[in-house]
Design a protein around this ligand. Structure first.
Ligand SMILES: NC(=O)c1ccc[n+]([C@@H]2O[C@H](COP(=O)([O-])OP(=O)(O)OC[C@H]3O[C@@H](n4cnc5c(N)ncnc54)[C@H](OP(=O)(O)O)[C@@H]3O)[C@@H](O)[C@H]2O)c1
Length: 316
């Protein structure tokens, strides 16, 4: 396994396990299988609705001796309805209680988007809170306190652009330590990756395999399919590895971490093994040509008519 390192030397395993859409009733077994296969980095979020079952798996695996807490790297995320400073600590405390942990290795602001405290997922503009009502820097300041009081070892953001990272870090005086964003061969985000590397921000790619199990409402007609890409297929055949392994090995080799989701034991093994596959410089160069700047998770569900959020302001 390769690792990414925080400025204080703490390590994040470069390949972790995603848990969005890992349903109740299947995520416990997926986690127990994953620990035995060798996964130590688990990506969670309160919004995924499955942290209690993941916590059961942590608790049982720790008791059984399958894992040790100090070997685990656990991430969770502040949901959009908890951006007010007084809601930030209670939100992480809910995740910690559900996950049966005393601290998180990494806690992220899930989206640069705020919704009313009583709303789970917004349906209309009235459900939203604008960033002038609750600036991202105010939420980020409350995240800094979580690191100071030891509830999170490291803090970061997710779905943040360079300009949003610059704004919060200048206003608060503390740089996010990680940014988790969509990145895969069709959406490579080279400028953001480069910015993160230069500033010591760990870059984690989500949807590294194209997130085929997204809800139907988030699948767009005519979207390109990573598994149908001829260049990726060709690299897989020549190296005698799977297409998923090509995508994951590339994600790690370009200097990021990645968190493919699976609940299938065979695919869990296949994906973890990808972290130790090295692609040639020629294949890495070929992978760069596959980019289409195609975003699967468009975030347009936040850009509700009459709200302050637009596609441009969300990603700009
Ligand atoms: N911060 C954010 O806003 C955000 C947004 C999206 C995702 N995430 C995180 O990133 C993680 C990964 O993203 P994702 O779950 O959307 O998508 P993904 O990991 O790109 O794709 C998951 C899909 O790929 C399948 N799969 C897994 N391994 C495979 C393999 N070797 N060959 C073929 N198919 C394979 C899975 O099916 P099986 O389970 O049946 O194997 C599932 O249908 C999430 O689970 C979540 O933890 C974060």
């Amino acid at each position: 396994m390769q690792y990414l390192y925080f400025k204080n030397g703490d390590a994040m395993p470069a390949l972790g396990l995603g848990t969005w859409k890992s349903d109740k009733g299947e995520v416990y077994k997926a986690l127990r299988d994953a620990f035995l296969i060798g996964y130590r980095h688990i990506d969670c979020a309160l919004f995924y609705g499955n942290e209690p079952e993941i916590g059961q798996a942590f608790g049982d695996a720790l008791k059984a001796g399958d894992i040790k807490r100090e070997e685990l790297f656990v991430t969770s995320k502040l949901w959009n309805n908890a951006h007010l400073p007084e809601h930030v600590q209670p939100n992480i405390e809910t995740s910690l209680r559900d996950l049966q942990l005393d601290y998180l290795d990494l806690y992220l602001i899930h989206w640069p988007v705020a919704v009313q405290p009583t709303v789970g997922f917004p349906q209309n503009a009235a459900d939203m809170l604008s960033l002038s009502q609750i600036p991202l820097a105010t939420t980020w300041q409350a995240m800094v306190a979580l690191k100071e009081n030891g509830l999170a070892r490291h803090i970061g953001v997710s779905n943040f652009s360079v300009s949003k990272i610059e704004a919060v870090s200048q206003q608060v005086g503390v740089m996010p330590e990680a940014n988790q964003v969509e990145a895969h061969p069709f959406f490579q985000q080279p400028a953001l990756l480069d910015y993160c590397k230069k500033n010591g921000i760990l870059f984690t790619s989500f949807c590294p395999l194209g997130s085929a199990d997204r809800p139907a409402s988030r699948i767009h007609e005519g979207e390109p399919h990573l598994f149908a890409d001829p260049t990726i297929k060709d690299i897989a055949i020549r190296n005698n590895i799977s297409q998923a392994q090509v995508m994951l090995a590339w994600a790690v080799q370009r200097g990021g971490s990645t968190i493919p989701k699976s609940v299938n034991p065979q695919r869990l093994k296949e994906n973890l093994a990808a972290a130790d596959i090295k692609l040639s410089a020629t294949d890495m160069a070929l992978m760069a040509t596959v980019n289409q700047d195609y975003r699967y998770i468009k975030g347009n569900f936040w850009c509700l008519e009459g709200s302050d959020y637009t596609f441009e302001s969300l990603w700009g």
